[in-house]
Design a protein. Structure first.
Length: 94
């Protein structure tokens, strides 16, 4: 099973994933990255951090080849007439 690495990037720093995770394929890695992104935004929200700052998770393979970038942030949860709606989910760039 291939090993994927999920490096977390902000404007200021890159936090490398030194261990990686064994997953069946890139699609599974993308789903894992989306779950990580959601957890990061929820953690920022719960600690008073700015959830609107763009962040990314860079997925690489065991050789360090870049496979996918997932860019994410939390947008406002308001719709028409002030009605609350869920924000748009993470977007990936292949």
């Amino acid at each position: 099973m291939p090993r994927f690495y999920f490096h977390y990037r902000t404007d200021d720093e890159l936090i490398p994933d030194r261990d990686g995770s064994e997953l069946p394929d890139l699609e599974a890695a993308e789903h894992n990255a989306a779950a990580l992104a959601k957890a990061i935004v929820e953690q920022a929200a719960s600690t008073g951090g700015d959830t609107r700052i763009p962040r990314s998770i860079e997925i690489t393979d065991a050789d360090g080849e870049e496979l996918l970038y997932l860019v994410f942030w939390a947008g406002p949860k308001t719709g028409a007439d002030g009605e609350e709606i869920e924000p748009v989910g993470p977007t990936t760039v292949h």
